[in-house]
Structure formats: structure tokens, C-alpha cells
Ligand binder design. Sequence first.
Ligand code: SF4
Ligand code: SF4
Ligand code: FES
Length: 926
Amino acid sequence: MSDTIRFTLDGREVGASPEESIWQVAQRCGTDIPHLCYSPEPGYRADGNCRACMVEIEGERVLAASCIRKPAEGMVVHSASNRAAKARAMVMEMLVADQPAKTDAHDPTSKLWAWADRMGVSESRLPAHSFAEVPAPDPSHPAMRVNLDACIHCNLCVRACREVQVNDVIGMSGRGHTAKITFDFDDPMGRSTCVACGECVQTCPTGALMEARLLNEDGVRVEFEQQTIQSGCPFCGVGCQIDYHVADGEILYADGADGPANQNRLCVKGRFGFDYQSSPERLTVPLIRRDDAPKEPHAKLDPANPYTHFREATWEEALDRAAGGLNEVLKRDGSQALAGFGSAKCSNEEAYLFQKLVRAGFGTNNVDHCTRLCHASSVAALMEAIGTGAVTAPFNAAKDAEVIIVIGANPTENHPVAATFIKNAVKRGKRLYVVDPRRQMLSRHATRHLQFKPGSDVALLNAMIHTIIEEQLYDRQYVAARTHGFEELVEKVRQFSPEEMEAVCGVPADVIREVARDYARSEASIIFWGMGISQHVHGTDNARCLIQLALITGQVGRPGTGLHPLRGQNNVQGASDAGLIPMVYPDYQSVAKQEIRDLFEDFWGTDLDPKAGLTVVEIINAIHEGQIKAMYVLGENPAMSDPDQHHAREALARLDHLVVQDIFLTETAYYADVILPATSYYEKWGTFTNTNRQVQIGEPVVAPPGQARPDWQTVQEIATRMDLDWTYQSPAEVFTEMAQVMPSLKNITWDRVVRERSVTYPCDAPDRPGNEILFAESFPTEDGRARIVPTDLLPPDELPDAAYPMVLTTGRLLEHWHTGAMTRRASVLEDIEPEPTVAMHPRQLRTLGVEAGDMVRVATRRGEIALKARRDRNVPEGMLFIPFCFEEAAANILTNPQLDPFGKIPEFKFCAARIEPAAQPAEAAE
Ligand code: SF4
Ligand code: SF4
Ligand code: FES
């Protein structure tokens, strides 16, 4: 404790750590000191520019800014002396002089006005700025308003943008009286490179930057919350926690809460994407297909008017019809004629109940969900090598790494808050290598971007492994003590020298060697990967290579090291853990192992199918083959998310009976016989597990619309109509049952998750935090060692040729999540990215003879779509990138359904395509 600094604060002796400021010590001791340019939130450094926090220090002539001043041994500080209080009041009066009057304040509840009220300053005796000096209001952004007449130049938004979220858009331009906040090169905010994370709005203490929807046309706040409820974000696997501000049953705005994953940060989706919840297109009553509305494979329904094809029904009638159809097929054709798709957007409890219904009620393991389409190959490789499918370290571990590799992932778009922590780490001097055929925002921060040829992952990664082995950079002790299979790997990678692989992967041999050396030699290296790795016919091999890199160098199990596949949907980790997978029960326990099956048969009180079930794409194929005749789809949208969409939609239309449970009339619901209205994330209790293995509570924020019901209740209603004796009273009861068969939930109870809001698994004791970094000593395999599985070159399934000379790759956009069912109904997100585009290199546009914004036609062997061309220097020549969220030009009409043999994941990231100008020119889409 010799580091503790003892000093006197307001007559009381207190202790401070060397990092603490006087303000922080005072706060900790219960003394509130005014502050405006300082934010105590994580990630903000003190700047000491507003002087609102001045205190008196004995022996010093001038007052000190307590937010930035550190205490010294023996110092005597008076936080509320007459002199300090008067000086602070004068500062406040000067600031108020330059503000619009409180009656016209953009935000009369802002931090500035709250402190002014507490200090008794309601107006100023000092002259105000002349109007000419004040920048005009900027209404250019769909989500945020800029009213710089309220700006006090505190610089917090600049730090928010540059240092916390590291987007580098906001700056301060000019000097003295001409100083002002600017976006890029003094552009209107809406035309700048702003990514709308809203961090600046959350931190601005005056209302100069605010959510547009709270203001009237004069820029005055007219919407105020009645309550604030903390819950989570429904979009990606980062698992941000959010404070939702609610009035009259409606979400008004969202602020980042201090969850372990996000530490107050949000991205555009979490902050501005919530209003899909109140979309007029929400399903509010159960629906049954009309007798005069046969299923057409390529029908396009209007989600705002389901009554062209469906009629309203009571819950009783709809549930009876839904379960009746399933029972009929079960009786007539047997268990293997049934299948279910659950969802990675549902809670852990809903996922568990759904797979239990399919296994115990349908009598089959034909249950899967969209993990099959994103990280199934990563999970297959991880399970094979280290006996678990989850990450070995959280993404926040980037701060402890020396070298960070991001491969086949675009986190600034797909996991934006995770990306901020990677950028923070780079700012602190860590080395970042981005490895991807497409360049991206993160490349600007990277030590190097390795732009390898699409589909040549194994060549590049094996060449890195070759270098590490050839140059003896591997960790002998670790390899000997912790792995099997190293000798086979040595043999295999002999043929993969960087010099030979250069021609295959397009990365110069010396660069491959340099990155391999840096990764192996660094004190701590961590790898993040995404669907660029997994969505290939060689996706499992790609992931195997990454695992080998970590294993042979011992870069796992210590702070700053590890393997982290960035999980896609908000609960894809949890849904997989809960058993929404055809070959395993909850916690990845194999359905094929007799002793495990015995356990579950005993626990669920029924016989279970001993055979692994079919996966997502296999189920679609089995419908075509006439095996699967009826399905229950809960929150999944295979008509949009599956490859070769015409094939998938034709399958859905062929089903004898389809039950869809969802919040919107999705493209899959077009083919339903019965539609059951579900609750959105914001309307229910449940636990959700993010990419970091953090089990987090989701709490209802608003009421469900109309007759929509929580999914767990509806699944139970179907189950009881299929002779299952279920009497669950709450999600808490379901969680308690799950914990009995899921070792990963040991020491984690529902009450604990509600109380702590987030608990990481695995967890050693009920009163201890979970383990963030895993496998320091051993792996959860039979003998505790990891298994190395060498890999060979396997080309993509469909290579470009004369007829289809381009490579098509697909993915997500920052603003739109997955199939767009939610984000395309979120007004701000749709405003920013309203239409489908195909991105390509500027030289490609020239070769094609089109301008950005012109209509083009993209075709593959499975179909064609027309959409606007977009100029994007990040896309290499010869490649096209199309997001898969736009129904009007659905990318998955084009994609190749060929599967990775282990993960059974389709090759979304690579197929041969052709592009040509289309007849209709249109306006610019840049
Ligand atoms: S806009 Fe707000 S946060 Fe930015 S400098 Fe002005 S007052 Fe501070
Ligand atoms: S989409 Fe992901 S990164 Fe963005 S706020 Fe939600 S959880 Fe966080
Ligand atoms: S809050 Fe300390 S100087 Fe502004």
C-alpha cells in the first residue's frame, strides 16, 4: 500500500491511488464537484479546459481543475471553499451567457443546466456572443442534430469520436472566437464520414449535439423520458448493454450502459435502431392461411397487409391448427418428416425449449439455426482441436495483446463496439494485422493489411505456420506438453513455403514471414476471425490453421492471447450452447453417445432419436426430396438467409405444413400455414450469451403489441398439444432446468444473472466472477491436450471462368443486420442505407462502362438480380460485394449452396459471377 497518497480533502484525511484525480477521490468519498468537460465514463481522459471543477489547494495561488489535478502527499484541498464556489459560479455564468436562454434551451435537462440550477445560476450578467459568430443549426443527419449555439467547446465530443470510438470525424477548427466543432473538413454532419455511433450525443453536456427525435423543429427538446430501463442490444454478438429511456410505452432514446462488453459504447444499430419494435408492420394477431391463397414459390407479399393471403384467428384456433398439422405429419410420415429452425435472436430459454420440443415432441434431431450459416465450421474446428466451441478470451483482451490479427472479419461494420477496443489497443501501440481480400475501415489503423486472393486462406496460413516451424519460432515446451499431432503438421507444411505460396495467395513471401515472426515472437498475440474464414467449403480447414498458429506458439491461455471467432447474432453463442444444433444436445453433448442420450432420455422422460439430425441446407434439400413435410420456424428467415434462394423458397412452398413464429411477416412467413405473433427483444425477459461467453439479462422495456406473446409460452402451447407435459411458469424456471444439464452454467443461476446483469461462464463459484481467459493449464479434451489437424489446399467450389469471370462475396453492412427483417424497419438505419448496391473497385466500374449509381445486373449459375453499382476502393478488382439484407435484390439468389464437409456451412463468401450494365440508369449511390 506504499503507493497510496494521503491528503486532506475538506478537513478529512483520505487516500488516493496514483492514477486518481482530486475529482475522482472526492466522488468516491461522496462529494459532488461540478464538471462539464470531464466525463467519468470509461475511456475518457480529463482535459481540464472548462474550469467548472475548480478547487482550492492550500499554499497555491491559483485554483486547480480537480478533474485533471492529481493529489500529492500532504496536500490540503478545499472543494467547497468560498473562493472555489465563487469562481465556479462565475465560470458557470460565463458559460450560460453564451447559451440560448433556458426557456429556449435545446436541452433544459442537460448536464450544464443541471449544474447551473444547483449553483443557482439561471441567467448571466455578462454579454452574449453576437448571433453572427454562432454557426447555423445543422439538420443534415437523420438521427442527430447539431446546434452549436449551445456548444461550450468542452471538447468531449472530440475525445468521444477520436479517443473512445476512434472514428476521427469530429475536430475543433479555428481559434479563439472562431473556434468551432467541425465534421471532417467542415462538412454537414449528415454528409461527413460519421458512422452515427452517437457517442458524441451521449457525452455532450449541453445539448449542442442531440438525438433529433427528441427535438421540435425549433431545436428545442420536447420529448422527455418517464423511466429508464437497462437491457441489452438485439443485434450483434458483442452484447452491448443499453439504458432505454421510455415514455408512454415507447422507447424515446438509448444510451450505452456500463456492461462488461461495451463499457457505455454503442454503434448506430444499438443506439438508433430500436424503432422497428413499434413498426406498423408488427404481427399483432395469430394468422391462418386463407383457403384461396395457395403457396407460390416466388410470391411477393406485402408485410403491411398479410390479409391478402391470411385471415385472423384466435390464439386457440391458431395453436390447434399449428400443432394439429405437425401431429398429422408425425402420425402419417413419422418423426423424420418433421424439422425445426430456431433462432439465434431468441433467448437461451427459448432456444432450449425449442430444441427440446423438436427432440422430445417431434422425435427427431432435425433442429438447427443460423449458426450453420455463420460459424459452424469454426465451432467444428474448435471442438475437434480444443474440445469447446466458444472463444478462449473476450475481445476486450485486445488491450493486453502485443499483436492482434483480424482475419476474414470486418468488425467496424459487423461488431462495431468490439472494433473500438481493437482501435484503442492500436492507439496504445499494439500492432494490428488485418488479413482480408477486401480492405476495410480497420485497415487504416493496421500495421499492415494483407490483401490475399479470395479463397486462398489455407495457402497463406500454412505459409505462416511453415515460417514459424522452419525458423524454430514455435514454443517447444508448449507443443510437447499441450498438443498432439505436431509432427504431422511439420510434415504437411513443408510444401507450403511462403515463396511458393506467394503465387497462390498473392501476399509477398517476405510479408508472410514478417507477420508470422511477429505473431510468434510477441509476448501476447490474439486472433479474431469472422465469416470470411468460416463461410467456405474449406471453412473448417481455415479455422484449423488459425488454431494451429495459436497452439504451436503457445498464444492461448494467457492475458492478451487467444482465439476469438467473432460471433454474429446477439445470441448465437447461447442458442448453440442451448442445443439448437442437430448433432448435439445442450452444451455440445453428442446425440450419438449412448451414455449422454441415456442422461437426456432420463431427464426429459422420453425416448430420443439416436441419429444426428439434418442441418439447415440439408433440411431444405430433404424437403425437395420429399422427406421433410412439415416445419416449425421460430424467428428464422431461411427464405432470405439460405444460399440459392430460389431453391430454398421452392422448398418452403412445397411443405405440407409450415408454422412460422415471428414479429414480422418475413419472407419465410409468405409460405406459412399458420403465423404466430411473437415478442421482440424489447418486450420480454430472457438470458442471452454474447461472443465473450457473458450470460446477460434481457429485461422488458415496453409491452408487446396487440396479442403478441413471449416465444417460450407459445412453444409450450405447441408442446402441450403434442402430448408433452410442460408446465413452465417463467423463463427463470426454464433456466433452472437448463443449468441442471449444462455444465457450462455451473454456479450461474437466473437470480444471479438478474442481479449482476452479466456473468461469464465458466464460473468456479457462485460468488466469484467467471473465467475470461481459458485453458491456461489444459484443454477440455479427453487427455487435456489439444489436437492439431493439418490441412491441405482445397479450392473454392466454383471458380471464375469465361462465362462467370468475377468472384462474388456477400456480407453485412454497418446499418443492416442479417436479413434486414429488423433493421430495414428501423427508420434511421433505413434512411442511411435504403437500397441494395453492388460494391466494386473504381477500375471495375470503368471497365464495365458504368458510373456509380447506374443499374447493373449480377448473375451466377443460380439466378440474377439488378441493383445499383457502388464505387468502393476496398474491393479488389475482379470481386463484387453484395450485402444480403435487401429483399428487392436478394444476394442469396446468387450464392452457392455447396457445403463445407465438416461444419456443413455454405460457401457464401465465394462464387463465380458475371456483371453487366442494366438498361435503367439511376441516381448516384456512393
Ligand atoms: S458539441 Fe457538445 S461535446 Fe462537443 S465541444 Fe460542444 S459542448 Fe462539448
Ligand atoms: S449492434 Fe452490436 S456493437 Fe452495435 S450496439 Fe448492438 S451489440 Fe453493440
Ligand atoms: S470539468 Fe474539470 S476543467 Fe472541465
